[in-house]
Design a binder for this molecule. Sequence first.
Ligand SMILES: Cc1ncc(C[n+]2csc(CCOP(=O)(O)OP(=O)(O)O)c2C)c(N)n1
Length: 599
Amino acid sequence: MLDSIKSPADIKQLDIDQLQSLADEIRTFLISNVQKTGGHLAPNLGTVEISIAMHYVFNTPHDSIIFDVGHQAYTHKILTGRLDKMSTLRQKGGLSGFTKRSESEHDSFGTGHSSTSISGALGIAIANSINNSDDKSIAIIGDGALTGGMSFEALNHAGDSDADLLIILNDNDMSISKNVGAMNKYLTKLMSGKAYSTVKTRSLKLLENVPLIHEFARRSEEHLKGMILPGTLFEELGVDYFGPIDGHDLPLLIKTLQNLKSQNKPRLLHIITKKGYGLETAENDPCKFHGISPANSNSTDLPSYSDVFGKWLLDNAEKNKDLMAITPAMCTGSGMSEFEDKFPEQYFDVGIAEQHAITFAGGLATKGLKPIVSIYSTFLQRGYDQLIHDIALQDLNVMFAIDRAGLVGSDGATHAGSFDLSFLRCIPNLTIMAPSNSKQMYQMLNSAFLNDGLMCVRYPRGLSDIKDYTSDKTIEIGKAEIVLDGKDMAIFAFGTMLNSAIKAGKELGATVVDMRFVKPLDEELVIKLANSHSNLISIEDNAIKGGAGSAISELLHQQNINTPLHILGLPDEFTEQGSQQELYDLYSLNSRGIINAAS
Ligand SMILES: Cc1ncc(C[n+]2csc(CCOP(=O)(O)OP(=O)(O)O)c2C)c(N)n1
């Protein structure tokens, strides 16, 4: 049946048994396809039925569906004519792993970063009303994404409006790791007490014209443990609350959505799903199956840069009881799982709340603790004002471990860490280190911890080729290191671009410098080499505009030095998706790119 679905119109011709079979086919397809391409397997196995139900009841692209984060939208892609391209998922030139407006008219809003769906869908709902349109606007958001501050800002606005907005809360009790926060606990308390029966009675009343609901409510009662948010909270905010209902019961989902479609106020349907549904291994370990690598990926015993950070935390936490590590919901990806187990008192998962994570760290720092915010470069964008206003401006001692800096690969532009050097470099009171290998990274973490002020260590996604990386040494702040002595040409390499620079430098007979610091720049050395060489090249995995090469260029200009400088980095466009190597090659961030720039 799957092959015959070319657009959502096709599924509207199917009866309920056929829709059930379609769900089974899609699930089987997803398991085999995502094992080949890599991608978000468990989240998508949990959203097969709700995606079919939404497309059965609503009419995209007239009606808009925004998938929060967009990592769970594979069934939506299949149902909207993209089945034959699913083998290209997350590959260079292929389908995005998230929703993307340029990819399909059915992707009403681009996503990738969490907690934007309610705001976007509210904007669409209000625009529909201004345009006198009856089109519907739907946000589907997970319980993890609901922990992000923007969700609450949007609810605050929506509940005070009369917008025709439907929010579907896809509650599987998981973020990437186990979901966290007070809401969770509040609900557990509610479920065991009187307040819960009030919520349940009220939900039943609101849904009473939906056939089967009483029977379902009876059946689902045992599933309710693990719910995240009480209906009462939404209703207090002015959003009608419906549910909770079983998010894998297709007939019930369809009937409920049909009922909710006819309403036109802000309303929320709470569905309970199982992450990884239908694949036992994924159901049992949804965190591991949140995102998987393609089956043919090489296994290796080399440490990733995230592992190095995790090890550094473990090595330092015992002897420094003031060390506090903070993650905005990225424990595993940031290499912090063992640290969480061994040092729970020094570990904070604050939910998908980057802004809060940073200001919270500022608060800890005012009392003499040494907070470390572990954050992906792309998600640091969320906390930019907090970094400036709450940390740098107050000159607080906070360390940032900035992971996934530079090109991240198949997650594409939404997740690329292309901008951090540019947006950090202009902030006063801040140090930026970019290690060229894992041992240096470990030493930089030592330096960052021992020095005062806002200290950033930014490192890429991927593996380091040095296994024995632990070290007691520190790196002197602002000091670069010449690694190859040559003449005529000097290459300034930032971060892990150093390997390509050494390779090219050997071929060119050039001087190669491991810059190590983007701020403060080793001005003395740059000036000396600019005066003693006739050509300069800089290389970095960051946007050329405002990046590290740009810092060198500013310095040369200030010093009236006219030695030509060729800056290699990311062009002024959003980066593509593909393997990291494909992207380094695409943007000439390799030894060939340096040699070409030299000629
Ligand atoms: C701003 C931001 N921070 C972190 C992430 C990384 N991230 C992607 S999915 C996810 C968990 C989402 O959980 P939930 O919304 O419950 O969806 P589920 O995968 O459980 O279906 C996180 C933390 C992100 N995409 N955006």
